[in-house]
Design a protein around this ligand. Structure first.
Ligand code: ADP
Length: 386
């Protein structure tokens, strides 16, 4: 039987993008029943029955709750809030806006995706960089946070250079931007935390390490306009960072990177376990360094085979893609030209397919439609100026 507490925690990750808070804290969850047979029923109350966010919220609840271990099926039913419930919701939303400034500058419509692995060297950073580039090439705005403090390599891989640290008392951190196709990437990295003085940089890095990633996240100013995805390149292994992230951003979803070797799969499973302990949803598995296919079409599974499929089965999350071994990945990473953008070929095709599955199915882009915002406006108008 699924753990009812885990089911509730999963709902903390379902955000009403307009009100910028999760459905539990907004009082939109009326009832949750967890059956011994693994069937879960979630009753949500919407602000208005015809809310255009209905389909999206339903899908989010299904994905989140459906990924809790032991859950066999999820049924979502929707009701409409009473006038009193609506008043309470709006009061809470108003209070949040006025007195409880959000801890981060990440828009509520942003899908936060942490990319993790059991150990270093499996290509987690390469996957993060190439996936970010592929999503941007589709016209999306993609933030990339290099939290792999030990081995920051993201700026080099994405060909961005510069200083993230903006001087000033409030120690704002501004991303470095680069246009890719119709979209753009916004990169923040420990590696780009260079001040004018190297000493200052060292101090900053130490400071950041101590404060840990969740504090680091508070200081980044992502800028105006949409931010469709925020990809976080996590430190390898199972660490406090996951837990910190879970506390601060329960809506974070994890992608676990593994190699085809079966030993690697076991290590990666621990990263997935850790994610689950923090009640983070594991949205899928990515296998990297899959079989190398030579120009004669012969396939060479240099790093073994089956790790991705096995891991996916073991942790009950889908295998979203397999990226082949190709020296172009390493060369492109060194030159700041992601291999995924290098035109048709096994690597670019694999990343295109991965991005397609993420955007359309595993972690869909948030569609911004209005229902509650309009309602909020009318309540604001009725209540007069704050
Ligand atoms: P991690 O972030 O997991 O430590 P990296 O992304 O830094 O791993 O990758 C480790 C090394 O493997 C790098 O030299 C990188 O260029 C190389 N690499 C990663 N993925 C591939 C791939 N699919 N084909 C060939 N080389 C790869």
């Amino acid at each position: 039987m699924p753990d009812p507490q885990a089911v509730r925690a999963a709902l903390l990750g379902v955000i009403d993008p307009e009100l910028g808070d999760n459905v539990v804290d907004l009082g939109m969850v009326r009832d949750v029943t967890v059956g011994a047979d693994g069937q879960v029923e979630v009753k949500l109350a919407l602000t208005t029955a015809g809310c255009p966010l209905r389909a999206q919220l339903t899908k989010d609840v299904e994905l989140r709750v459906g990924s809790v271990p032991g859950v066999e099926g999820v049924k979502v039913t929707m009701g409409e809030m009473t006038v009193d419930e609506r008043k309470a919701l709006m009061a809470r939303a108003r209070w949040k806006v006025r007195d409880n400034a959000p801890e981060t500058d990440i828009p509520p419509t942003t899908r936060v995706v942490a990319i993790a692995s059991g150990k270093g060297g499996v290509g987690k950073s390469s996957i993060t960089a190439n996936l970010a580039a592929t999503l941007a090439a589709r016209g999306l705005v993609v933030g990339v946070l290099d939290a792999d403090i030990g081995g920051y390599s993201i700026p080099r891989m994405l060909g961005v250079d510069g200083v993230n640290l903006e001087a000033g008392d409030d120690k704002k951190i501004l991303p470095i931007e680069r246009a890719i196709g119709a979209g753009r990437i916004k990169v923040v990295s420990m590696g780009a935390m260079r001040g004018a003085e190297e000493d200052e940089a060292i101090m900053w890095r130490g400071f950041m390490l101590n404060r840990a990633v969740q504090h680091f996240l508070e200081d980044v100013r992502w800028g105006d306009g949409p931010l469709d995805y925020l990809l976080i390149d996590m430190p390898p292994g199972t660490s406090d960072v996951q837990m910190g992230l879970a506390r601060m951003l329960p809506r974070t979803e994890m992608l676990i990177v593994t190699t085809p070797a079966l030993a690697a799969q076991k290590v990666a499973a621990r990263a997935a376990d850790m994610a689950r302990k923090g009640y983070l949803r594991v949205a899928g598995v990515i296998e990297n360094m899959s079989a190398f296919t030579c120009e004669h079409g012969e396939s060479y599974p240099l790093f073994g085979a089956g790790g991705g499929v096995r891991l996916a089965e073991q942790i009950g999350a889908p295998l979203l893609g397999s990226i082949p071994i190709d020296p172009a990945v390493a060369v492109g990473g060194d030159e700041g030209r992601p291999a995924a953008l290098a035109g048709p070929g096994p690597v670019a095709d694999a990343f295109a397919a991965l991005a397609e599955r993420i955007v359309t199915e595993a972690i869909p882009v948030v569609e911004m439609t209005t229902c509650t915002a309009r309602l909020l406006d009318s309540v604001e108008a009725a209540l007069g100026p704050a």
